[in-house]
Design a protein around this ligand. Structure first.
Ligand code: SF4
Ligand code: SF4
Length: 287
C-alpha cells in the first residue's frame, strides 16, 4: 500500500506524521518527495548507502539543420522554446530556456529536420539509505532549480511494492504535489484548525477529488483555533483519522529533531490505529 502525506500549506506537521507513521509500522519504505526542502532525514538520520544525480533531457538545436520552421515552439506546452525567424538578411535561430523545460521530449520527437538532440541537465540528487529499520529515499533539488516533478518521479521510481510505502509530499496544491501523490492508494491531509488551515485544506481536497485519490484528515494542534475544519469535514463526509493536540513537549521534540514516537511511545499505538483505519477505509472503498 502506498500512503502519501500532504497538506495544502507548509508548517502543518506533514513530515511529523509521515516520519512517525513510518516508525510505528513494520516493513516500511519512506520516500521524502518534498524535494525543495526535504527534512525527514533530520528525524530519521539515515545511513546513506547510494547517491546518484537526477537529470532531465534538455533540447539542443543544431543550427545547421534547423530551418526555423517553428514546430518545436508550437509543440512545447511550457513555452520553453522561442523561434526567431530569418528576416532575409540574417539567419533565424532557436532559443531554449532550460529552466522552463520539463524534459518531455516532444520537440526533439517532432522536429521535421531532426535538428534537436537531447542533452542531460542535472536537477538534483537522489539518496537511498536505511534508518531505524526503514528503507529511506529522498530527493534534493539543486538550489535555483524549479523543475521538481521530474526529480519527484525519479524518487518514486524507487518505490518497493513489497513494503508499506509512505510518501512525504511537498506542501501546496500545484504540479509537485500531484507528481508526489498520484501513485498513492490513500492520502493523509494534514491540517490545523485555523482559517489558513481550512482554506488550504479545501484547496487540497479539490485536487485529490479531481485526481480521484481517497483521503482523510489529520488535525494537528487540534485544540487551538476553531471548529470550522471539523464542521467542513463533517459536512463533506471526510474522515478525521487522528487529532494531535498542541503540546509543548511535542514542539520541543520537533525542535530537537527527535521523532515523537521515540519519546512519547503511546503515540505508536495511535499511528498504528491510524494505519488500520486507512486499511479499513481502503477495503470499504474497493467493495
Ligand atoms: S522544429 Fe526543428 S527545424 Fe523547426 S524550428 Fe524547431 S529545431 Fe528548427
Ligand atoms: S523537451 Fe518538452 S518542455 Fe522541453 S523544450 Fe522540448 S517540448 Fe518544451
Amino acid at each position: 500500500m502506498i500512503i502519501s502525506v500532504a497538506s495544502g500549506k507548509g508548517g502543518t506537521g506533514k513530515t511529523t506524521i509521515a516520519v512517525n507513521l513510518a516508525l510505528s509500522l513494520r516493513n516500511v519504505q519512506l520516500l521524502d518527495c518534498d524535494v525543495e526542502e526535504p527534512n525527514a532525514h533530520i528525524f530519521l538520520k539515515p545511513e546513506i548507502k547510494e547517491t546518484f544525480s537526477a537529470f532531465i533531457p534538455i533540447p539542443e538545436v543544431d543550427s545547421e539543420k534547423c530551418n526555423t520552421c517553428g514546430k518545436c515552439r508550437e509543440v512545447c506546452a511550457y513555452h520553453a522554446i522561442a523561434v526567431i525567424p530569418s528576416n532575409g538578411e540574417t539567419k533565424g535561430s532557436v532559443l531554449v530556456f532550460p529552466h522552463l523545460c520539463h524534459g518531455c521530449g516532444a520537440c526533439s520527437l517532432l522536429c521535421p529536420q531532426k535538428a534537436i538532440k537531447e542533452v542531460h541537465k542535472e536537477i538534483g540528487i537522489v539518496e537511498i539509505g536505511t534508518a531505524k529499520g526503514i528503507q529511506f529515499v529522498h530527493g534534493k533539488l539543486n538550489v535555483g532549480e524549479v523543475m521538481s516533478p521530474p526529480l519527484i518521479r525519479q524518487v518514486e521510481d524507487r518505490i518497493d511494492p513489497t513494503k508499506t510505502v509512505i510518501i512525504d509530499a511537498p506542501p501546496g496544491t500545484s504540479c509537485p504535489v500531484i507528481a508526489a501523490v498520484k501513485k498513492s492508494d490513500y492520502c493523509i491531509l494534514v491540517t490545523e484548525p485555523t482559517p489558513f488551515g481550512l482554506n488550504d485544506l479545501v484547496l487540497a481536497v479539490e485536487v485529490l477529488r479531481k485526481i480521484r485519490i481517497p483521503f482523510g484528515v489529520v488535525i494537528n494542534r487540534s485544540d487551538i483555533g476553531d471548529d470550522k475544519v471539523d464542521k467542513y469535514c463533517q459536512g463533506n463526509k471526510i474522515p478525521i483519522l487522528l487529532r494531535i493536540p498542541f503540546d509543548k513537549g511535542i514542539a520541543l521534540l520537533y525542535s530537537r529533531g527527535i521523532p515523537l514516537v521515540q519519546e512519547k511511545v503511546e503515540y505508536k499505538d495511535k499511528f498504528r490505529k491510524l494505519f488500520d483505519c486507512i486499511n479499513k477505509l481502503s477495503v470499504l472503498k474497493a467493495k
